[in-house]
Write a protein that binds this ligand. Sequence first.
Ligand code: UD1
Length: 342
Amino acid sequence: MKILVTGGTGYIGSHTVVELQAKGYEVIIVDNLSNSSIDVLDNIAKISGKKPLFEKFDLTDPEKTATFFKLHNDISAVIHFAAFKAVGESVEAPLMYYRNNLLSLVNILQGMIDNTIRDIVFSSSCTVYGQPDVLPAREDTPVQKAASPYGNTKQICEEIITDTSISANIRGILLRYFNPIGAHETAFIGELPLGVPNCLMPYITQTAIGKRPFLRVWGDDYDTPDGTAIRDYIHVVDLAKAHVIAVERLTGEKGKKNIETFNLGTGNGFSVMEVIKSFESTSGVKLNYEIKERRPGDIVKVWADTDFANKELGWKAEKNLDEMTRSAWKWEQALAKKEIAK
Ligand code: UD1
C-alpha cells in the first residue's frame, strides 16, 4: 500500500515514515521544505534501507495539488502533517497560518475526493483542550476557544475533515498529540528547530551542548507540586507508531465511526523541573537554568486520558521520560558532530 505523508521530512513526519516502511508500506512524501531539510530523506534511508518517494511543492497551490493526486491516484491513505506550528509566530502572522494550514487541507481533501481516496489521518494537538477543568483530558473533554491562531487552525482543520466526511466519502482519524519529544534511537533523525527553539526539550539540549547560555524556566509559582508547569511528554517514536495503527484501522475497515478522535500521550504528567532532572541524570550534564516569569499563554497542567487509544487502537506509549531525554541528547550530540564535520 502506498501512503502519502505530507510534511514527511519534518520531525514527527520523518519518524512516522520510518515506522510505515518497517511495516512494508510504500511512502510518498510531499513537503515544501519550509521547515525541514532534504537530507532527511537519506537519513530515513539509513534507518530503513529505503529512500521514500518525494515531491517538493506547496500544498496550498490548488493546481499543483490536483495534478499530484491525479498522477498518484493509487494512494491508499493520507497522513497530513504539513503545517506551521509555532504559537508565537501565529499570533504575529495569523493570515500566514490560516492560509497555510487551512488551504493545504482543503486542497488535499479535494484531491482525495476527486480520486476516490477515502482515508486521512490528521495531526491535531492537545492545544484544543486549553486548560481543562478536569484532568486527565479525555477525547470528549470540551474543546475550548483557541488561545492562538495556530491552535485555532487545529480546531478548524478537525471541523473541516468532519464536515467533509458528511458530504463525501471521507473517513478520518484525528490524533491529538500531547508533547512529543525525543528522537530515533539511531540518532539519524530527530527534531531540527530553525533558529531559537520555543519548545522545552530542544531548548534543554541546545543549552547543554553550548548553543544557548541557559534555559529559562517559565514560572515556578504554579499550583503544582514543585511550582513548574506540567505536561504529558511522549516519545516521538511511540507517537509515530500510533499513526501506522491509525492507517491500519482506516484501511482495514476497523473504525467504528467515519471520524474518530484519539489522544496520544502517556497519561503521565511531568513538570519542567522533572524533565530537567531526567535530562541531567541521563546525560550526566549539569544544566544551566534560571527561573523566569510565567510565559504568557501557557497553561498550568495537562495530561491525557489514554484509555480510549489504548483500548480501541490497541496502542500504548512504551517509552519513559528517561528514554525520551536520553534519545534527545543523543540526537543533539549527533547534530553537533555533523556541524563540526562540515
Ligand atoms: C506548545 C504549544 C502547543 C503546541 C505545542 C507543540 C503553547 C501555549 N502551546 O506546547 O499549542 O501544540 O507547543 O508545538 O505555546 N518551557 C520552559 N522554558 C522554555 C520552553 C518551555 O520553561 O524555554 C516550559 C513551558 O513553559 C511549558 C513546558 O516547558 O510549561 C513545555 O513547553 P513547550 O515545549 O513550549 O510546549 P507547550 O507550551 O506545552
